[in-house]
Ligand binder design. Structure first.
Ligand SMILES: *Cc1c(COP(=O)(O)O)cnc(C)c1O
Length: 364
């Protein structure tokens, strides 16, 4: 069977040990032995960024990244609160859709998908609207591949004393997060992107000061983070967890630690994405963003004139690579290549050769 390499932004290509871990014993989620695994996962998630440990608690959920993001917004933003959503892509705009569905009040400072977040406008809003209770944004906006300027946004949040709720679903475990200076109220992440686990579990790191307030603002029963937090103290959860997904998340976290943690992973991602971008540059394929705007785990490119995404997709798929289309209004004009997961030296070599062959043929 041909090895399939997932170059979409999650789920990722699994390592052998993470896949193998799925085949653990049958286990009831209310058994002590499972609670031991859950507590181990939580303590490992707590030390992916060791400096977060003093101020944040990790709450583990069953669901995809969107589940963690929605639980975060639902549980932490009061009905009487008002969120300032700072968006420049699909995932920021999805958070606005969540708050609309929750019937919570928000305003959105929405930038074009190819532009940075609009910090001037954020400052103007923060200084003029005292009703704003929370700021909400996306760390790595996967729509374009941009690593948003959260250091600057976080500083504004700190200056105006607003908690920042951050979607770090596609960056947790692969990018730097400043747990002390970004005014972080909570950060949402997932098992199946930079952590290299299988899809099905996600988590939120909540600032302990928010937990001490003790009251949940969740307007859903299932996504109440405070309920999960209370029950997971003893290693349990209000509802059935994805047991096998937990086995493989535990293994993925062991693997991350053994391979040098998030810093080593980021360095490896940067090495891979540099090769990918350089190879495509050499054959004249244009990037969406400048090199210094990208996060380390994804690059985005314009389709050359006359080449449809599906044609490119098929050519890549024949060689065992799954690439990703643009979303929404970018779906006909761009393609994306993520570089998370178990991508080995051979895979990279094949990938670069395949790209050179496909694009060199028509445009070299
Ligand atoms: C992948 C992703 C999500 C979650 O998507 P799911 O399909 O629920 O896994 C949320 N935010 C960002 C920035 C993402 O890249």
């Amino acid at each position: 069977m041909q090895r399939v390499i997932l170059l979409n932004p999650g789920p990722v290509t699994l390592s052998k040990r993470v896949r193998q871990a799925l085949l653990g014993n049958d286990m009831c989620h209310r058994e002590i032995e499972f609670s031991i695994i859950i507590r181990d996962i939580i303590s490992r998630l707590n030390r992916v960024y060791p400096e977060a440990k003093a101020e944040f608690e990790t709450v583990l959920l069953t669901g995809s990244g969107t589940c963690a993001v929605e639980a975060m917004l639902s549980s932490l933003i009061p009905v009487k609160g008002k969120a300032l959503i700072v968006s420049n892509g699909v995932y920021g705009e999805r958070m606005a859709a969540m708050l609309a569905a929750h019937r919570k009040s928000f305003i959105q400072i929405k930038s074009d998908w190819l532009s940075p977040i609009d910090l001037n406008n954020v400052e103007r809003r923060l200084s003029s609207d005292s009703h704003i209770s929370h700021v909400v944004s996306v760390h790595h906006e996967t729509t374009s591949g941009r690593l948003n300027d959260i250091p600057a946004l976080g500083q504004l949040c700190k200056a105006y004393d607003k908690p920042l709720l951050l979607d770090a679903v596609s960056s947790f475990g692969g990018e730097y997060i400043d747990w002390h200076n970004w005014s972080l109220g909570a950060v949402a992440g997932t098992a199946n992107k930079c952590l290299h686990g299988v899809p099905g579990m996600a988590f939120v790191l909540i600032n302990k000061s928010r937990l001490r307030e003790g009251c949940s603002h969740a307007n859903t029963l299932y996504l109440d983070l405070f309920n999960y937090y209370q029950q997971q103290q003893s290693g349990f959860s209000p509802f059935t967890q994805a047991v096998q997904v937990a086995f493989s998340l535990q293994e993925a976290l062991r693997e991350l630690e053994e391979s040098g943690g998030w810093q080593a992973r980021q360095a490896e991602y940067q090495r891979l994405s540099m090769h990918i971008r350089q190879t495509l540059k050499n054959v004249g394929v244009q990037q969406l963003l400048s090199d210094d705007s990208y996060a380390s785990m994804l690059s985005s490119f314009y389709l050359p004139p006359g080449m449809a995404f599906n044609t490119l997709y098929d050519l890549m798929r024949q060689q065992g690579f799954v690439i990703y289309a643009g979303q929404g209004k970018l779906s006909d004009t761009i393609f994306r290549i993520a570089n998370m997961g178990d991508i080995r030296a051979d895979d990279l070599k094949n990938l670069l050769e395949t790209l050179t062959q496909i694009f060199g043929r028509d445009h070299g």
